[in-house]
Design a protein around this ligand. Structure first.
Ligand code: SF4
Length: 428
């Protein structure tokens, strides 16, 4: 079989679920370093030190270029060819950079050494470096490491690798009644709204991973019930399960229906009183549904093509089809975690074409031939597709924008409606 062109169809889950085509070939994705852009905003006392090349430094600088900080919370330690002379030199250099950084920045409580894909970096054992430096700087600073490499990964996996690296050192939860842990970086405003809703449904104290401050990490143990807020956290979920935590199967909190059913899943896992849960969810759900009406009018019947990029594609497709009556031509996803996405897959129209992986040329051909009303894709494909007269939405925006929860349902719909409106204006 040609490694460039594997294509096989397998059922996603249940007998009625859409079929999945697997493709392998050239891919168009950003690397995991991109995750630093939203993670450094979320964890306020963390610092991300990329151990990489000048290319990595450029990527991270230009991706974060719109943000000017007096004291940024990410940097790149450039390991260049000079360091190939000896790994001992590279380790000494890394120790020097970290020592200097921590002396200058006593506000840093958690330092992530972030690996990258240049061969000189791959040769460095960053886990040993993190252990060595942790011994030296603990308890003031905890030092962890993960890889943001772009080899065989996609950009949201940076968050997965970051959180997974943290899980083993989270404190142990005492034996107690089940307690909920929401996993996945969310904008602070979304987290606050969710906390209020959890309090109203009677869920008690709820933890979030990542926390806003690394010095207040959630405890994990056999009583932990974790609910994923993002669909790209397979390694983090595995690490939590290794600590005894139990996954709560749920859809993702996108749109009115996705959010309502996400909260309902949490309520069932905690055995909450159903009447109280519905009393708290109903007015929020109604408001979100009302806010979606105008967007449904604009998006109903619109033909959408989603390229694989953020790993949010399956829950987004469910939202677009189920809540906005959009028509899905093709839904690409870099990876398909069938267990975590089971409830989303089951709610997609049975004839949805799902493609896991990517063969970018073939996908472009299918996309152009289908002439969709809107293409959701990575930055690299947007301009060429626009030049061909297609309307595009950058999928990376969906990761940077607060889109989860009842209050954001209309904002999420607006992200898809706006490019269509812009195109109508251009054409008029
Ligand atoms: S980690 Fe690899 S893909 Fe990412 S910027 Fe650095 S060299 Fe490029």
């Amino acid at each position: 079989m040609n490694a460039e062109a594997i294509g096989c169809a397998t059922p996603a889950t249940a007998a009625t679920a859409p079929r999945v085509l697997t493709e392998r070939g050239q891919r168009e994705v950003f690397c995991g370093l991109t995750g630093i852009i939203w993670l450094h905003r979320k964890i306020q006392d963390a610092f991300f030190l990329v151990v990489g090349s000048r290319t990595c430094a450029h990527l991270i600088q230009s991706a974060a270029g719109v943000m000017i900080f007096a004291e940024p919370r990410f940097a790149t330690a450039i390991i260049d060819e000079r360091d190939l002379a000896g790994l001992a030199d590279a380790n000494t250099e890394l120790d020097r950079v970290v020592t200097q950084l921590l002396a200058r920045r006593p506000d840093i409580k958690l330092l992530f050494l972030v690996g990258s894909c240049p061969s000189e970096v791959i040769k460095l054992d960053l886990s040993r470096a993190a252990a060595r430096l942790s011994t030296r700087f603990s308890p003031q600073v905890r030092i962890l490491n993960y890889s943001g490499s772009g080899i065989e990964t996609t950009f949201t996996q940076g968050e997965d690798a970051c959180l997974a690296s943290w899980v083993p050192s989270l404190p142990a939860a005492p034996a107690a009644p089940p307690r909920l842990l929401v996993v996945g970086a969310l904008a602070d405003i979304v987290e606050d709204q969710m906390r209020r809703t959890f309090a109203e449904i009677g869920a008690g104290e709820v933890d979030f991973l990542p926390p806003r401050r690394s010095t207040e990490p959630p405890a994990v143990g056999a009583n932990t019930r974790f609910l994923l807020a993002q669909p790209f956290l397979g390694d983090t979920a595995r690490a939590l399960e290794a600590r005894g935590a139990r996954h709560v199967p749920a859809p993702f909190p996108l749109g009115a229906r996705g959010t309502r059913d996400w909260f309902r899943a949490a309520a069932r896992a905690l055995d909450l009183q159903p009447e109280r849960v519905e009393r708290a969810l109903e007015p929020r759900f109604e408001r979100a549904e009302r806010a979606l009406i105008t967007y449904r009018e604009r998006l109903a019947g619109k033909r959408l093509f989603l390229f694989p990029d953020s790993q949010l594609e399956i829950p987004l497709a469910r939202f677009l089809a189920e809540e906005l009556d959009a028509q899905l031509i093709e839904v690409g996803t870099p990876y398909l975690h069938r267990a975590h996405l089971a409830q989303e897959l089951a709610r997609l129209p049975a004839d949805t074409n799902i493609v896991e992986g990517q063969h970018v040329e073939r996908q472009l051909e299918r996309c152009v031939a289908a002439a969709p009303d809107l293409v959701v894709c990575g930055l690299g494909l947007a301009n060429p597709l626009e030049a061909l007269g297609l309307t595009t939405k950058w999928s990376i925006e969906l990761v940077f924008t607060p889109i989860q929860g009842f209050e954001q349902a209309a904002d999420l719909a607006e992200l898809f409606a706006r490019p269509l409106l812009r195109r109508t204006r251009l054409v008029a």
